[in-house]
Design a protein around this ligand. Sequence first.
Ligand SMILES: *Cc1c(COP(=O)(O)O)cnc(C)c1O
Length: 446
Amino acid sequence: MHPSSAPSALQTHIIESLQSAKPTLWAGRSAKEQSTHDISAQQVQQAVQRFERFAPLLMKLFPELTASNGRIESPLLQVPQMQQALQLPQEAGQLWVKADHSLPVAGSVKARGGVHEVLEHAENIALQHGLLADGDYLQLASAAARALFAQHEVAVGSTGNLGLSIGVMASALGFKATVHMSADAKEWKKQRLRARGVQVVEHAGDYAQAVAAGRALAEQDAHCHFVDDEHSLSLLLGYAAAAPYLVAQIQDAKRTAGENHPLFVYIPCGVGGAPGGVALGLQQAFGPHVHCFFAEPVQSPCFIVEMLAGAQALPGLEAHPSVYELGLNNQTEADGLAVPRASELAADVVRGFLGGVFTVEDETLFRHLNLLHDSEALKIEPSAAAGFSGPRELLQSAAGQDYLQRQNLLPYMSNATHIVWTTGGLFVPDEEYTKFLQRGAALVSA
Ligand SMILES: *Cc1c(COP(=O)(O)O)cnc(C)c1O
């Protein structure tokens, strides 16, 4: 499948840099990387349409969706003060934020993938039982539908946010819901779920172990649907469905993205489903003119590792390695990104067009969380800050310059739009957020 070749000097340098837990950029789009899993624009369109069919029901279940007519969406915001705080010159383009930290229902980007998978599952069950015969989705809030869903369980393994999204959506429809939480999961997320009647099972191990435990339990029960973050196509398509609305927002903002007007998108990456889905949707919309870069903690760069393994740059390691095999510990305050092994599905889908992946130190997350609060009054969680070092990484590192040169983007950077995807934060309790801010403030003034 891959041409067998020894790792290049550049690849060796990247691996050494990862092992020393220094911020590192791996840039893609070389001839070696090919996607091995194709997802059609029609599949993404079906996810978009599913959200539309369910909008009346969502509005009924979640009053906070009244203003948006049942659409779970976030604004696209220009952030000039943050651009200045980050010292990004205008000649390098304009900085924007896609504000998924404010997504209703789940408070994170998981409101896209997680909600979509629960809706698809509910739709399938309802169709099998003739509940949607007249196409009225409000039927799914009826006593009969709830009694049916109550016989079914939805389970998931999570570091926190996916569990929140699945648990909230599944319990709102009347499903039994079980969330297997890894040791990284924050206490307030567990409490929020328990308050909604969701069963929370705590695991001492990491995210991959929580997923494995949940999957094994669910397999023994025919009435239990396990949302498998490491393999799920439905999740990925739910994230990809973000693209058409963003395309419209970019137009409304009078920004041009296309030939000679590059669009850069920086998205925090855990297992890779959320950024992979978003990147797929944007690739279908903008083709080669969108450049998606994923952001990972320096101790959890599972997606870079997966990309390097695919390019056979990790001799001596198995095909689907974890970050532990590089001697890293997967310890990070970015709980949504504390993932040791990437989704192979996400990796196979994006390999052929991914711009790249970069790593970020935890201190930088807190610094940027604080800067965003002070400059633009936006409240995000640490995981959601990972994208903000992207533009600089791209503009100032050797690997970034090499990418811009290879893609012939250097003459057009003043036309560029840089979108940082802020992936979570809405439901972070005030006392937690205050601690994040203080930690960031100490670093900013240091
Ligand atoms: C889950 C999550 C991500 C990354 O999504 P993956 O699908 O795990 O890659 C990024 N940011 C936040 C806040 C998240 O909760």
